[in-house]
Write a protein that binds this ligand. Sequence first.
Ligand code: ADP
Ligand code: MG
Length: 606
Amino acid sequence: MSNRKKLKKLPQEVVNQIAAGEVIERPASVVKELVDNSIDAEATEITIKLRDGGISLVEVSDNGVGIPEGDLAEVFTAHTTTKLESFDDLNTLMSMGFRGEALSTIVAVSNVSMTSKYEDEDIAHKVEFNSPDDYKVTGAARESGTVVTVENIFDNVPVRKKFLKTAQTEYRNILNTLTPYFIIYPNIHWQLFKDGKKVVDLESTSSKAGKIDKERVNQVVKQDFVERMESVFFDGNGMQISGLVAHPSDHMSRTKYQYIFVNGRHVWDNGIAKSVFQAYDRYIPHGKKVPFILNIQIKPELVDVNVHPRKEEVKFLNPYRVYSSVEQAVSKSIEKLVSYKNIPEKESFEGVNRDYRKKLNHYESGRRDINFSRGGSIKDSLKFSRAALEKTFQPSFFENIHKSDSNEQDFTEQVKEEVIAFHQMFNKYIIVEFKESIWVIDQHAAAERITFEKLSKATEVENTDTQNLLVGTKIKVDDASEEFVKENIELFNNLGFNIDIVDGKLNIKSVPVEFVQADIEKLIKEVLELDIDELKKDLDRLKKDIIATMACHTSVRSGQNLGRDEMKNLYTKLLECENPYSCPHGRPIVWKMGIEEIDSKFDRTY
Ligand code: ADP
Ligand code: MG
């Protein structure tokens, strides 16, 4: 005889409570579901009240369309929804959810009442539940919209109640749940009350739902980096990507301030996050993170939003297309950020940036009587819009910015003149002394950046200064590496590496001048150690990675003593770089310290 127990069907009540666990896990899930419903009801004002981190009370009220009296109790039964019948309607699919589960599960695990004033009815009504099928509906006073009151969550489900954390933790969970809504719905006036105290009050802005509004983000995130964020825009591959990404200098270790929205819904997707960080690859130290906020608007048929019980993940029909679009979009914004004019104030080129802004305001406020040294006045081409202005400033920021000064000096010239002396420290850093500040430059990182940019250009224009090696370097390589070099021989040639392949050996006959003193064997081996199979999928990245690896072997090393001319040369070339700000591996190259800062260390005020 087997000990097997008799097969039984679970009572419906238990089934409901189990199901509830998937959708409603904690007070934060109640908040999420209720807020979703208010948004779907087209509310422009949503107020959330919490007691004990939502454990004893969650109340969400809105000014949405409301619910007709006849539906008031009905909406609490499983699988009732007003959102599914118009499945073909795009707006419907865009709604926050259409599974008709939320209210029925909430009522299964807590005490619920709801008051609603339907827009086409004269008075409001209230439904109160004692248990899921014991309720009464009465007339009530309410001007518009709906309020749902959820008390004592999981009181009737002790196993679940046990898993709730402290009120403080549950509250934090709720805040984390709400924050993305605050960001993606700048059109909604949000208020949050915690134990009777108003803790959030975000007036609606003029931006539409889904528009990532910097002002709103500032109010929500309250961090300095927001000011320095650059907007993202991409339109193609059946999607639009918009949002904000951080300046590379604002990298951090924490995985915080990273928000992904798909069609306005907050989700997490590792692939998207990875694509963002790939775009930052060259600009931030390995393994660091950056804040970003992206909203991906994609045709509903290309994404499945209902793969997760709490709708926290999505499935793309063609993930690779989404990921490469994200990377492209973010790269474009980073490029804008790292141009000289955008080096942030807290960082190295402090004065430059401030000057630039001052000038920008100056132009924008309509002063047109500015003469530029070369080509005279450009006022006609300057429409005084930021876009036009930036275009004018495009060729070289350094070259243009000071042209407006009365001394009519080219900025690069001026910087060169201003240099009082070059010093070297620890055989590692170059100190450039100006009248009122110093720059500290990491000599190797600077050389790496210079070589990296030079080689990158060399592959485009097919020329670089090369030097023949008296004795060619012979390097033994495996078949796969040999094959790889063969496949990419043109790239190597363009870079200035002349390579013969004989009997499984690479014979390096010439190298770019930067590398004459480098350990060529080590350089080539490091290139061949790159994850080539992975990189092959993206030729552009492959090229960049090869060049970055090579640039690392540039002749100016850390620990090397430099003469004045060498320092000056490095400094001058660095100024000509497109991104003088960080080395190809993302480490910073330069920082600036003002005389005031140094004086203050000595309590000097003069
Ligand atoms: P779903 O949102 O998936 O339809 P719910 O259980 O969350 O399922 O809600 C059931 C129905 O109740 C909704 O389809 C909607 O018609 C109605 N409803 C819920 N909350 C509101 C609200 N705040 N304003 C207007 N209607 C609401
Ligand atoms: Mg819902």
